[in-house]
Each structure stands twice: as structure tokens, then as C-alpha cells.
Design a protein around this ligand. Structure first.
Ligand SMILES: Cc1ncc(COP(=O)(O)O)c(C=O)c1O
Ligand SMILES: *[C@@H]1O[C@H](CO)[C@@H](O)[C@H](O)[C@H]1NC(C)=O
Length: 490
């Protein structure tokens, strides 16, 4: 739950209203014009959906230079952003040969493994020579190399579960696994801010879906009680099984899951628990083992542990870890295992090597240093932003920190000004967030040095003054006063 200052809410709605009205006005004239020049597609339904198409043309295209900026190097602490030119008000953008060297505050490179690493990179290159970029077949055919088996053992051991299965893509891990374990007669209870891959997996499963208020254990319990009492729709038979799906760190909020409370509730009502650790595995916990380690939850209490290799490990793919029974079942039945090409061998080697570094099995203390660094960097950066008066969401220890922008005009203003001063940030708006809650999302990395962070803070502070987004006075007294002039948005 976020509270928005009244005036900000008002001007934000007004801005969107204006954009919408002008867009509709222009579309109206375009329709008349099109009708006049009757096209040869008459009789066909439009292939692009109406409102989405409208949103892209009239809102997104105006600021599309802030999104999808191509880069020309590894996503390290600093990277090369390619400059683009436009002759039509940014409707189309052309790449130039010019690049600008920018501080990277956008990639999920939590431990800094996304750039060349003295331990990982030579091994990845060797595996590329030995195994090639692709296995060109599914796991059950010719697509299981020794690396794949090694990876699964390594991941199971790392996350603290008896067995694991890996997939070539994190998104698919959620969207393909949920339909395998859940189906008609089952109940999925999902956090309201779960990632799109979970939402689509849940929808594709055919199970009944209920949503509980974001990270609110008391509401989860209410939904569970109601649903258990009600049973299946119409027949009121008991549910075949119930699973609660949550994330370790919410990637748009920077918040840690209230896992201990949620686990206790799931145990009480005998519901399974599915935990997506995309942003938390490797990034938090004393030895990088994720939110269970950080919050003191026994991994035996989490039935399905999911995660991705695309953040902390600097690779690609996803995993499910669980009981031997569960993983065996998935290997026999999951279409993403049976019909999709297996994860690229060099990508698998990257993950194995990164885990070895994290665990100190490379014979150095670099892993421990990285873990200490990501934590220090994140907590330092968050507290400095708050001191400056920005409204920063999320919890301590989380390397993800959204800075609230609210007003649509502030999205391009903030993004472009930061880029002008060689700081690359990611901005997020509707439909990825609610309409009112546009934000810039900072991701801190262990590879950022103190100087990097100081530079970033200086630029963000200056741009923040310019754009007018220091919504929160630093003194607690004034904060309290301000709480009163705010409306609640979920
Ligand atoms: C919570 C969560 N789950 C799953 C995914 C999908 O992972 P991938 O990007 O590896 O496909 C993401 C991606 O950002 C995520 O944030
Ligand atoms: C197009 O993008 C550039 C570079 O990001 C920006 O400076 C400019 O204001 C944009 N133009 C319009 C019309 O939005």
C-alpha cells in the first residue's frame, strides 16, 4: 500500500486525462480520414487491440526514447549506451555510431557476475569450445550434457533442497511449471503484485485464482479461510490442492516477502507454498542463499523454490528446487523440459562457476566480499536517497529501490536528464505499475564502487531538484504532517 500526496495524485490524473483526451481527439479525426480513403482491409477486425494500441501510439511513443535503449558493452557498473537520433519526434529512432559511457543503475547485476570475471569467464569460454552454444535438442533427447546434471546438483545443494530442475528461461520456469502442478479443482492464491510470469502460469493452469493484498499475511489468512470454507465453485467440494505463490523480493517494490508469517499461515491451513526468488537468490542472505537464509526460514518449509539465473549469477535460465518426488514428476511431465531446447552449456557453466565463487570454492574470498559489498552498497544508497528527501520504496538489505515519480511528465524528464549526466536509470510506468505510481527503479550492484555511488547520488539529487520529485521531507515531524495529506493506492 502506497500513499500519494493529494496534489500529486490530482496533477497525475489530470496529465493522463489530458493525454487521453488529446489522443482520442486526434484518433477521431484519423478515423474520418481513414474512412474517406477506404482501405482494402475493410471487413477485417483490427489485428491490434483497441485500447492497447491507443496507449502505445498516444502515450508510450511520446517517451519511447527512454525505453529499450541499446547498449554496446557488458552490463557492468559502467556501460556504453548507444545514442539514437530521430527525425519524426521520436516515433522512430535510429542508432548512431556514438556511444556514451554511463553509470549503470538499471541492470540486475547484483553480484557483478554479468561482466568478465577472473574465475567464471575462462571456464565459460572453455565450455563454449567443448560443448558449443546450443545443444540443439531437448533435455530428454540429446540435450543433457554433463554440465546440465552438474548444474542441477549444484543448484539443489545451494538453495538447500534435495533436488532441482533447470530451464532455459526464468519466465518459462513460472509460466510452464504452474500449469503442471496445478489444474482444474486446484486453488492458486497469489500475491497481488506477483510477476507477470506467475500471473500467466496461473491463468494457463486452469486452476481457480484468488489474489491477496500485497505482502499482507492477515489478508492471506482471510482469503484462505474463506476459500477453504467455500470449496470449489458451484459444487463446493473441497479443493484438490491449494498453493500460495509469493516472491522473495518484489522487483517493482524492492520489498522483502513477509515469509516467516506466510509460512506459518500456510502450515496452519495445509497449503503448499511456492516461492519465486528471482531477485533474492544470490543477492541476500549471509551466504547468498536468498530470503530463507535472510529471514531465518527453514527451506524444508517451502515446498517449491523457484529462482532465475538472470540476476545474481549473470547468466540465463531458471530453476525449480524441491523434494526428489516433485522434481522427478516435473522431469516426466513438464513440457518445458520435454519439448524445449535445454539451457545453453556456456550459460550453465557460468552459473556453476558463479555459485563456486559465492561459496568460496574457487579458493578466494571474493564471493564473501561481493555479498558484503551488495549489502553495504544497497543500505548506504537507500539511506542517502531518503536523507535527500526522495520517496524510496522497499526494505533495507534489498538492492532494488524504486524512487517515486508519479507524474507522467516526470518519467522522461528524469530519465533523459540522468542520461545527459551519464547515469542510466530504468523508469517504469503503467501498465507495469498502477497508473498513479510511476517510478524510477534503481538496482545496486556489488561492482559499484563508493565513488560510483557518490556520483550517482549527486546526479540524482540534482536531477531530483530539477524535476521536483523530493516528495518526502527528511525530518520525521514533517513526514507525519504530510501523511495526512495523502491518499491510499494499492
Ligand atoms: C519475480 C520474477 N520471476 C521471474 C522472472 C523472469 O525471469 P527471466 O528474466 O529470467 O526470464 C522475473 C524477471 O524479471 C522476475 O522478476
Ligand atoms: C526525443 O528524444 C530526445 C532524446 O531522448 C529528447 O531530448 C527529446 O525531447 C525527444 N523529443 C520529443 C518530441 O519528445
Amino acid at each position: 500500500m502506497i500513499t500519494v500526496p493529494y496534489l500529486t495524485a490530482l496533477t497525475t490524473y489530470f496529465s493522463y486525462g489530458l493525454l487521453f483526451a488529446f489522443g482520442q481527439f486526434r484518433d477521431f479525426f484519423r478515423k474520418i480520414f481513414d474512412w474517406w480513403h477506404a482501405s482494402n482491409l475493410q471487413g477485417y477486425a483490427p489485428i491490434c487491440l483497441g485500447l492497447e494500441d491507443f496507449y502505445i501510439r498516444r502515450l508510450y511513443l511520446r517517451i519511447q526514447d527512454c525505453f529499450g535503449r541499446p547498449i554496446a558493452s557488458a552490463p557492468d557498473a559502467w556501460f556504453d549506451v548507444v545514442e539514437r537520433l530521430s527525425n519524426d519526434n521520436n516515433k522512430t529512432l535510429k542508432r548512431t555510431t556514438k556511444i556514451s559511457r554511463c553509470l549503470n543503475l538499471g541492470s540486475y547485476n547484483y553480484l557483478g557476475f554479468a561482466a568478465a570475471d577472473e574465475y567464471c569467464t575462462p571456464r565459460v569460454i572453455d565450455s563454449l569450445k567443448k560443448f558449443s552454444p546450443s545443444t540443439c535438442s531437448a533435455r530428454v533427447d540429446g540435450g543433457t550434457t554433463t554440465l546440465h546434471e552438474q548444474l542441477e546438483e549444484c543448484v539443489a545443494d545451494f538453495v538447500g533442497k534435495p533436488a532441482a530442475i533447470v530451464f532455459g528461461m526464468g519466465y518459462v520456469t513460472n509460466s510452464a511449471i504452474l500449469p503442471v502442478i496445478m489444474g482444474k479443482g486446484g486453488l492458486i492464491i497469489s500475491d497481488s503484485l506477483n510477476h507477470n510470469s506467475i500471473v500467466n502460469g496461473a491463468r494457463g493452469s486452469g486452476a481457480t485464482i484468488r489474489v491477496f493484498q500485497h505482502n499482507m499475511p492477515s489478508h492471506l489468512e482471510k482469503v484462505l479461510r474463506e476459500q477453504i470454507a467455500e470449496g470449489q465453485p458451484r459444487t463446493h467440494r473441497p479443493w484438490k490442492k491449494i498453493i500460495v505463490v509469493v516472491e522473495g523480493i518484489y522487483s517493482m517494490e524492492g520489498e522483502l516477502c513477509k515469509l516467516p508469517e506466510i509460512v506459518a499461515i500456510c502450515k496452519k491451513y495445509k497449503a503448499y507454498i511456492y516461492l519465486d526468488e528471482a531477485h533474492s537468490i544470490g543477492a541476500v542472505g549471509k551466504t547468498g542463499r536468498g530470503v530463507c537464509e535472510l529471514l531465518g526460514v527453514d527451506t524444508a518449509d517451502v515446498d517449491v523454490m523457484m529462482g532465475t539465473f538472470t540476476k545474481s549469477f549473470g547468466s540465463c535460465g531458471g530453476y525449480i528446487a524441491g523434494s526428489k518426488e516433485l522434481i522427478k514428476f516435473l522431469k516426466y511431465t513438464c513440457p518445458a523440459h520435454l519439448y524445449a531446447t535445454s539451457i545453453s552449456p556456456p550459460a550453465a557453466e557460468q552459473i556453476i562457476s558463479a555459485i563456486k565463487v559465492i561459496l568460496g570454492e574457487d579458493g578466494s574470498s571474493r564471493g564473501a566480499q561481493k555479498l558484503a559489498r551488495i549489502r553495504e552498497n544497497s543500505n548506504f544508497f537507500r539511506s542517502e536517497l531518503q536523507k535527500m528527501g526522495f520517496e524510496v520504496l522497499g526494505d533495507n538489505d534489498s538492492p532494488v529501490m524504486p524512487i517515486m515519480l508519479y507524474n507522467p511528465a516526470k518519467i522522461p524528464a528524469f530519465s533523459r536528464e540522468c542520461l545527459n549526466q551519464n547515469v542510466a536509470v530504468v523508469t517504469v510506468a503503467f501498465p507495469a505499475t498502477p497508473l498513479l505510481l510511476a517510478r524510477a527503479r534503481i538496482c545496486i550492484s556489488a561492482s559499484h564502487t563508493k565513488e560510483d555511488l557518490l556520483k550517482a547520488l549527486e546526479v540524482i539529487s540534482r536531477v531530483g531538484d530539477m524535476v521536483g520529485i523530493k516528495y518526502f521531507p527528511a525530518e520525521p515531524m514533517k513526514q507525519q504532517q504530510q501523511e495526512e495529506g495523502r491518499i491510499k493506492v494499492e
